[in-house]
Write a protein that binds this ligand. Sequence first.
Ligand code: 26V
Length: 810
Amino acid sequence: MSRHTTINELVECITEKMKTERGKDLKDATDKDVYYVITSIVNDELNSHWLKTEKKYRKKKARQVYYLSMEFLVGRLLESNLLNCGLLDTANKALQKLGFDPEKVYFQEHDAGLGNGGLGRLAACFLDSLASLNYPGHGYGIRYRYGLFEQRIIHGNQIELPDYWLKEEYPWERRRVDEAVKIHFCGQVHMFKKNDGSLEFRYENTDQVMAVPYDIPIVGYENEVVNNLRLWSAESPSSEDEDVASQNSQYYHHLDHKHSIEQISGFLYPDDSSFEGKELRLKQQYFLVSASIQNIIKSYKKNSKKSLNYLPEKVVIQINDTHPSLAIPELMRILMDEEHFSWNDAWKITTNIIAYTNHTTLSEALETWPKEMIQNLLPRLYMIIDEINERFCKKIWMDHHHLRDKIPELAIIAYDQVHMSRLAIVGSFSVNGVARIHTDILIKKEMKDFYSLFPSKFNNKTNGITHRRWLLQVNPNLASLITDVIGPQWIKRPNQLISLLRYTKDRPFLDKIDQVKHENKKALAKFIFDRTGILVDDQSIFDVQIKRLHEYKRQLLNIFHVIYLYNELKDNPNQDITPRTFLFGAKAAPSYHLAKEVIKLINKVASIVNHDPEIKDKLKVVFLENYNVSLAEKIIPAADISEQISTASKEASGTGNMKMMMNGAITLGTLDGANIEIRDFVGDRNIFIFGLTADEVLHYYHHGGYVARDIYNTDDRVRRILDQLNEGWFGSQEIEFKDIYYNILYHNDPYFVLKDFDPYIESHELVEQSYRDKFTWLSMSVTNIAHSGKFSSDRTIQEYASSIWKLNKI
Ligand code: 26V
């Protein structure tokens, strides 16, 4: 099979494989059978390219980038693999010809949810771009047996269910026992002085764990490149031990031990409201790091005759947040203890290989581990971190007198805590933020002193998304409309979307854009009805907020606006408003109480508003449960308004903002994260911006001056809403949201919901007015699509490749 395969050839191949691989005639085949047959056809196609790609890298002795991440949120792969192989159109038609609904077939795959949100999805987009741009770049992660929990809403409350995604065979992975490596935890470290005066370290009584890799192919777009995503699974070292154990009383002890080893890749930790130093999570981090670094060194040795001194010529490692920052001491350990490098040489190699991306400035999310925990679990690594810290502090003391007082704030180990971001900054050659404002805040505020020590390390790489999945795949009708007017070059060069600017006043084209959006909205309305029984008006404005639930993302502000509209309509039922549908999708961390209260509130408001006969079709509120990549793919093409309303300074970048913009939605947002860059490109007339700026927010934090209760006292709309939360809805005692009420009035509204309420309402009024002028609206929409090429992850990856990784295309 290849992109030149005809529909009939594919039909024949499916029929044949159905017999040989599934033992069935087509007429008896289920959607699942067809799913497995198609993946098998794609796999046949991929395997040869996979091998060829690897050979090519080896032959060219290519410099490679390794992306280390605790999360890869890849979602479903069949459709995107078909697309990238150039087989999607043919497959769709062949399936239809055989009487199958392609969407149903693709839906058979379990959505791989090995990530929490933005950070994990970014990693997946980056892999797609690396392969599509012919870069030798691979991912390393963990093959969690359970992905992020599945969310159910029961009586308005979030319930978490386990996501056992490996229940059925996962056809994209290949187990590679031949590449398994051993990982050591705990034990004792013994130091010996050798004859030449140097030190030798030996470890005793360690707990050993096997890391077994499962490889997933990462397919480039129509370029026959297949890179690798290697996910490590934790296993007990050897089954021979099992036989021995079964013969004596140690058997249950042995089983217990085996079980605890397998726990290491047991489940993905949900991103919480604040960092919790759980030992199992630390084990996971070291497990990922140690397996990956060992693998990287092994493959270097296989391909190069030169000494490891030259490792930095061939290898660069990007760490996705601080989660894999133990890569720094682990590489030091291997270089010194196993490869016999001196400290200075090992340090030189390490700090030329590791590059670090920061994804948040929220102080409560910063990783710090109790020093004792690292000492017990990773005694040798602790010694190395301690030495890195000693040398770093000494250097500040000697060379940077003005920072002497600040050593406790800069030290990697301070007050018995190990600060991972400090370790990552000191041990890497590059530190980047993920949007301009975020990098500015790192440089000017959060990491100011580190910036003064290492100015050349700091740089910005504004995030991006793969336009192949997020436009071409999820919105094929929009994609073909674009191709009709500007040709297909934009697919390989997304910047060329800018040519669409010529059509922002072209009525026939805008009409077609309108039709496509409307079709997408109809499809989503049907989906919503099938899932929830709620009938939404496909002519209404689809106002969408989809992202993890967090106070700083301010879903609360959004639902306050809905309550406000509802109150207005109750007071004045004949008011002429443009009908609106408010769509939410959000998972809250299981232990994040306030976030769960907000979910409950949204669902409560939905049940009141949607069932109120007086409201009719003017307002609808829909909370779609279990928001994940696949759901995003359904919602985004149908969005009119993209809600990006975080408290300014808090959202590092956001990437949902880019996905919706690319599908023609208009952003309603604060000047935060990448919203700012979106505004710079599209201009003030093509985006709705409101609220406090980051500087204002930071000023209030430092100098006070904002009193939430003043707004409660003076703004009737706000007081009414808060009282409704506190006292129950229209006298009904059943509905109470006292915790939200208290958080706002007694904790002084830490995320400025009340402060931004009035400008937010005003902005929404502008949205409504603008939507009434169809022509202007569509023209804004096309302007957004035209500029969205800058937010393709191809652009981001080009920037990483040329300025951090120094990578050549192969
Ligand atoms: C923290 C924790 C702590 C507990 C265990 C699990 C876990 C997982 C992740 C995190 C940190 C999350 C940081 C993060 O996701 N940042 C987001 O990164 C996106 C990609 O750069 C960016 O667009 C978002 O603005 C940013 O919030």
